[in-house]
Design a protein around this ligand. Structure first.
Ligand code: FAD
Ligand code: NAG
Ligand code: NAG
Ligand code: NAG
Length: 415
């Protein structure tokens, strides 16, 4: 089977790893000319841990852990309170056991696949046009001018996929706006920085956090929920605007936020990886059409509010590869694409249910709401320090998804 994958993020290379095991010939096109080491902390949870173990990559993930020792909150005078240290095998910290920077995980997956004889990466290349998608093949024109035919096209190039637009009518792709905006970037580390995830709630529904990384720098994140329609319009426009517009808006709206806001805003224009995003979920009425299928954020971005985007990308890649491995040689892939969706969609829909109050509780607008939140967090952290909440272990597939077993993916060999 000849498979074209668009996007070398998390989902694309994971799928390539499992497909190569079953003897498929895989080509991956990736827009950026080199793998970008960008993105902040992501968790690998539940069944995704099992999948990474099957790939033999858990030690590498542990080695590149973020070094974060837990989460704590910063009060209005800049003092930390309510610490939640990392505890192995418990759910009582916001920092998870398998936490790694997105860019480091993408790098691990790329390294694990790039030298495989049946996997070819075309960096700096995109799909220019999907020419046809029918019973016999899917034909595409690449940005390098080549026209190629494949048995299957997997679109895994993220939330804002252009290829998805070409293959699926716009009414079948729903964007669910979570009314929240996030910006993040990397800054130089100072001796006074520590290894906690420090979370500061400024008034006016603004949050600033600082986290360590294993590369000697610090990761800043700003998030905001607009308080009124005027403010919402400004943020919405910025999310579609250029970097300068986004930076100007952040400077204007966070100047008086307090804590370390000024230091972080001052470092913004030198950052190599400034990233600004409106928080939106993707929901597709159907993930595939004949020989084209969507995977990862392209099909079902759940937003960082769920902390599950990466795990869904990893598990989805495994299930898709597993269902494809059950096809007879030469068989049309539609049967496998439907089985992938049938098996995995209920779990995705469960994960995408974010109670609508969650973002708002995390972004207190008034001093009174902030006091309630801080009191709650501080009480919770003291209870947690004494009692151990059995939350299942990270390994025990506590995500409620029953990972199917596919015999052809279990075979030792070609890797
Ligand atoms: C730069 C970046 C930073 C991120 N940072 C965070 C973060 O800090 N926290 C968080 O929770 N999530 C973050 N995410 C999202 C997170 O990676 C996903 O939610 C999750 O890992 C699912 O991965 P994915 O492989 O489906 O998509 P992604 O990880 O988004 O990967 C998509 C890949 O496709 C490539 N691509 C885009 N357009 C094209 C095109 N036209 N043709 C070919 N390739 C293309 C992109 O360069 C990227 O490599 C980030 C994503 C990116 C791209
Ligand atoms: C996390 O990484 C550091 C090095 O950056 C290492 O010393 C530590 O042992 C790692 N932690 C785990 C749990 O592997
Ligand atoms: C595609 O193949 C199926 C079954 O193999 C057949 O029933 C159908 O008519 C074909 N469609 C086209 C457009 O050739
Ligand atoms: C909207 O909210 C912003 C931020 O809190 C505030 O500065 C502005 O005055 C408000 N505008 C209106 C029209 O209420």
């Amino acid at each position: 089977m000849r498979v074209l994958i668009s996007g070398a993020g998390i989902a694309g290379p994971t799928l390539a790893w499992f497909l190569a095991k079953t003897g498929a010939k895989v080509t991956i096109v990736e827009k950026s000319p080199r793998l970008l080491p960008y993105g902040q902390n992501i968790d690998i949870k539940g069944s995704a841990v099992t999948v990474m173990r099957k790939m033999g990559l858990l030690d590498e993930v542990r080695r590149l852990n973020t070094t974060e020792q837990g989460t704590r909150f910063i009060d209005s005078r800049g003092r930390p309170f309510a610490p939640f240290p990392v505890k192995e095998g418990s759910i009582t910290s916001f920092t998870s056991e398998f936490e790694i920077l997105r860019g480091d995980l993408a790098g691990i997956l790329y390294k694990a696949t790039k030298d495989h004889q049946d996997v070819e990466y075309l960096l700096g290349t995109t799909i220019k046009e999907v020419i046809s998608n029918d019973n016999d093949s899917v034909k595409v024109e690449l940005s390098n001018g080549e026209v190629q035919e494949f048995d299957l096209l997997v679109i895994a190039d993220g939330q804002w996929s252009k290829a998805r637009k070409q293959c699926f009518p716009s009414e079948s792709v729903k964007l669910v706006d979570k009314d929240m905006y996030v910006a993040y970037w990397t800054i130089p580390r100072l001796p006074s920085d520590d290894n906690w995830w420090n979370v500061y709630h400024a008034l006016g529904s603004r949050v600033i956090t600082l986290r360590p990384d294993p590369h000697g720098t610090i990761r800043a994140m700003f998030s905001l929920m607009p308080c009124n329609a005027t403010q919402k319009k400004a943020w919405q426009e910025a999310s579609r605007g250029d970097k300068q517009t986004q930076e100007d808006l952040l400077r204007r709206e966070f100047a008086d936020a307090g804590w370390q806001a000024q230091r972080l805003l001052d470092s913004m224009d030198q950052a190599p990886d400034f990233y600004f995003q409106a928080i939106q979920q993707i929901r597709m009425s159907k993930w595939s059409s004949s020989r084209v299928v969507c995977l990862g954020d392209t099909a079902y971005a759940p937003t960082p509010l769920t902390g599950a985007g990466t795990s869904l990308a990893i598990i989805g890649a495994y299930v898709l590869a597993g269902e494809l491995s059950k096809l007879m040689p030469g068989e049309h892939p539609a049967k496998a694409l439907e089985a992938y969706e049938r098996t995995f969609r209920p779990h995705v829909e469960e994960v995408q249910k974010i109670p609508s109050f969650v973002p708002a509780i995390a972004h207190p607008a008034s001093a009174w709401k902030r006091w309630v939140l801080q009191t709650f967090l501080s009480t919770l952290s003291r209870i947690v320090a004494f009692r151990w909440f059995p939350g299942g272990t990270a390994e025990g597939n506590d995500d409620g998804f029953k990972l199917p077993l596919y015999t052809r993916l279990e075979e030792k060999g070609s890797q």
